[in-house]
Design a protein around this ligand. Structure first.
Ligand code: FES
Length: 512
């Protein structure tokens, strides 16, 4: 059989942000504790909420399954902006002018909040004010860009149309938003965590939340103990404990990023294309070295397809358009895309009393996640918030459709849902895996770089779909709701919160 994804991968696997930040060392929870608020997830939404709540006088316990910033936020581009490609045209069409204006205000306010936190907490996270551009290379895209620029300006955003775009290749024009920013996202989150820790508030790492129970108090069961809290925030990108309420209201999407060294200083600008395939571009100085980052190749998670090819196309773009001679890092990330284009922040369900959720940040989590965190801080503190209705987690939304979600990604998924397990002989190269049938059971087999073949159950521990091997990231990915597992079966992205169990001890002959 042919194994997909054979080819040349360049660069080190893993986010440049995680590779260039020290590892945190907060303890795991090993006893039962109490706090005013329990926050599950130490990404931008969870930690922003935790610090804001602490500042508002609450004690907080942050529960993180891995380490601070190692989830979706640690795999971002680092853009902090309210210009979300052509979001305002889309939002006005779907929800009207007032909703689009409030979405823009919330995201602009998030930039300001983030900047103030960086200053107040003295967080060394390479915060830089930049202009952000959505650029057009075709006549059709140019018209859309011109319309977005005018619309966003009328909504009160710092928007203008320009043909003067500081990219090293010709484009026809762009929307330009001034006063935007970029950051080293992991260093920012580590700064937030430092500020949360102390005075009765605590951060726990390597502590997986297993269940959440609403009530007085709310209860979070974890691997190491129980957290009792008056209020609970689930900020885990893909919510859990919601009986699947958000599975029909969000679609998990995956995106890919490469980073390579550049000559000269970073630009005071970040970019995203209108034309397909979408490309997101920024430059950054990371621990004294200057890099170009290129993102794109996004697709719904219904089949990772040729992930090696996706990285290759980003590398070719970086080389041909931006002069990037080599890829230093490559990574992928996953976001929960809301079907109606608006994030969710509010109570977990219509029946919930004290359990809140943040999700559906539509790939712009540094601002949408910050705004969502401030909404929940106000809700828990008994204050009104002008953005709460637009972000309402219990609004009526259309079910997810095959047409996809907002305007963010149209790169097609080049695989089609669950694949059938292979039968017969299978020969794997080191670093490759596939799903085979053993005694009627779908079994995930992986050959490590020492040539040892390992087997796991291929049945996703969330709701039982069959996982697929992702050759570029060396992960097992679930095509149904986006759970991801490391090669050894350890869960690295929910909604699953249990590892893939071991497979059969003895594999049939011919599997090597
Ligand atoms: Fe839901 Fe796998 S993520 S079944």
């Amino acid at each position: 059989m042919e194994i997909p994804g054979e080819g040349q991968l360049q660069g080190e696997a893993g986010s440049i942000w995680l590779a260039s930040a020290p590892q945190t060392g907060y303890p795991a929870l090993d006893t039962d504790i109490e706090a005013d608020v329990a926050v599950i997830g130490a990404g931008v939404a969870g930690l922003t909420a935790a610090l804001a709540l602490k500042r508002a006088g609450h004690t907080v316990a942050v529960i993180e399954a891995a380490r601070v910033g190692t989830g979706v936020t640690g795999h971002t581009t680092g853009k902090v902006t309210s210009l979300h490609r052509l979001a305002y045209t889309d939002l006005v069409r779907r929800h009207g002018t007032d909703t689009a204006r409030i979405y823009g205000q919330a995201n602009q306010a998030a930039i300001g909040h983030l900047q103030r936190v960086v200053a107040a907490e003295d967080i060394d996270c390479d915060f830089r004010v930049v202009a952000n551009y959505t650029y057009a290379e075709t006549d059709e895209a140019l018209e859309r860009v011109r319309a977005e620029a005018g619309l966003a300006a009328r909504l009160g955003l710092p928007s203008s149309f320009t043909t003067d775009v500081p990219l090293p290749f010709p484009v026809m024009g762009a929307v330009r938003f001034d006063g935007q920013a970029q950051i080293h996202a992991v260093k920012y989150l580590q700064g937030l965590a430092r500020a949360v820790q102390g005075d009765g508030s605590r951060v726990f790492e390597q502590t997986r939340a297993l269940a959440v129970r609403d009530g007085i108090p709310g209860v979070v069961d974890t691997e190491g103990g129980t957290v009792r809290a008056r209020d609970v925030i689930v900020a885990t990108n893909v919510p859990f404990g919601d009986q699947g309420l958000f599975e029909s209201r969000c679609q998990p999407h995956r995106s890919y990023i490469i980073a390579g060294p550049m000559d000269g200083p970073p630009l005071d600008a970040t970019f995203i294309s209108v034309d397909e395939p979408m490309r997101s571009i920024l430059t950054a100085s990371v621990n004294g070295e200057n890099y170009v980052l290129v993102g794109g190749e996004g697709h719904r998670v219904s089949g990772a397809g040729d992930t090696v090819g996706r990285y290759g196309r980003l590398a070719a773009f970086a080389r041909d358009r931006l002069g990037v001679r080599e890829v230093g890092y490559r990574w992928s990330t996953q976001d929960n895309m809301p079907v109606d284009g608006l994030p969710y922040a509010g109570l977990l369900s219509p029946d919930a009393a004290h359990v809140y959720v943040i999700t559906g940040l539509r790939k712009w989590g540094l601002t949408n996640g910050t705004a969502a965190a401030l909404i929940l801080t106000d809700a828990i503190s008994g204050r009104g918030n002008p953005w709460a209705t637009v972000f309402d987690s219990n609004r009526i939304t259309p079910a997810a459709s095959a047409d996809g979600v907002a305007d963010e990604e149209t790169t097609p998924s080049d695989a089609t849902g669950e694949a059938s397990p292979q039968r017969g002989k299978v020969t794997l190269a080191p670093g490759q895996g596939t799903v085979i049938e053993v005694d009627g059971e779908s079994t995930a087999v992986y050959k490590d770089t020492d040539g040892q073949v390992h087997s796991l159950s291929a049945i996703c521990t969330h709701l039982g779909c069959t996982v697929e091997f992702n050759p570029a990231d060396t992960t097992w990915d679930c095509p149904c709701h986006g759970s991801r597992f490391a090669a050894d079966g350890t869960v690295i992205h929910g909604p699953a919160n249990a590892n893939l169990p071991p497979g059969p001890e003895h594999l049939p002959e011919g599997i090597n």
